[in-house]
Design a protein around this ligand. Structure first.
Ligand SMILES: C[S@@+](CC[C@H](N)C(=O)[O-])C[C@H]1O[C@@H](n2cnc3c(N)ncnc32)[C@H](O)[C@@H]1O
Length: 259
């Protein structure tokens, strides 16, 4: 298994994201936020650039941080195709110890990405690092899903997640997912099987990617942010800035490093 799972997941990422109902609303939320902020803005876990390239297209320079060389390469080529490469500064680094040359006005962690840090200690390390890299008064905005024990597809059964094509060879591709959860550690273990098909539907190549995604209760999120020194400004329950309620499927946090 690779040490940075996204290296082997990069060419499947778009097909995967297309199956997530909230992905588009989330994208619009962060694009607006990043594009309208004054001062240096950062997307942590920039992925293949589906958010930051759109921000750059609006004329706004963005710093993107990610640990995966493969997704950063995709992000770079997406920016090149859009003609905005010079507005992107891409940094290969970890959430827990990334460093900026200039303190930021806004640091975001979109799309549940904080959940890739699976212990509270690592989440806290990341939040403290975000706090250190922000200018006084700077904003920290991030989201996560609210864990739903009744959510289907996390019971160890194999599901067909996406039917797509290998962007390089054009071969038909099936993306399967088998997830199981560990309530004690608050972790979803995600096993992805990628099958590339040849003539007549024969499987020509198979690979597996394993990822862990943790969940976090909103109360714990609040405590970790307070422990990291943030003032909490808002908690939304969706990407249209609706109130957070007992039925919310998401927690969207806006916090500030005090001036
Ligand atoms: C769910 S994707 C989100 C990508 C992008 N923000 C989006 O909305 O499409 C998570 C990203 O975080 C990166 N990532 C995961 N753990 C990381 C870590 N500890 N440090 C830096 N990047 C990390 C992955 O490589 C991946 O590109």
């Amino acid at each position: 298994m690779p040490t940075v799972p996204y290296d082997d997941f990069a060419d499947v990422y778009d097909a995967w994201v297309d199956t997530v109902p909230v992905a588009e609303a989330m994208r619009s939320f962060y694009v607006e936020l990043l594009a309208e902020s004054d001062g240096p803005v950062v997307e942590l876990g920039v992925g293949n650039g589906r958010i930051c390239v759109e921000v750059a297209r609006r004329g706004r320079p963005v710093i993107g941080v990610d640990s995966s060389a493969a997704v950063l390469e995709l992000c770079r080529s997406r920016a090149r195709e859009a003609g905005v490469e010079e507005r992107l500064e891409l940094v290969q680094a970890d959430f827990r110890d990334f460093e900026l040359e200039t303190p930021a006005a806004l640091i975001t962690i979109p799309f549940h990405s904080l959940g890739h840090l699976t212990s509270d200690d690592d989440k806290l390390r990341c939040m403290r690092q975000v706090h250190r890299q922000l200018a006084p008064g700077g904003l920290f905005v991030w989201d996560h899903f609210v864990f739903d024990p009744d959510y289907p597809g996390q019971s160890g059964t194999l599901n067909l997640r996406a039917e797509t094509r290998d962007p390089a060879s054009g071969r038909e591709r099936l993306v399967w997912e088998c997830s199981s959860r560990d309530p004690e550690r608050q972790i979803i273990d995600i096993l992805v099987r990628v099958e590339d098909l040849g003539e007549g539907g024969a499987v020509e190549a198979t690979r597996y990617v394993r990822m862990e995604m943790s969940w976090i209760e909103p109360k714990r999120s609040r405590d970790l942010m307070a422990e990291s020194g943030f003032d909490i400004l808002e908690l939304y329950g969706d990407f249209q800035r609706g109130d957070f309620t007992a039925e919310s499927t998401h927690q969207v946090w806006v916090a500030r490093r005090p001036s």
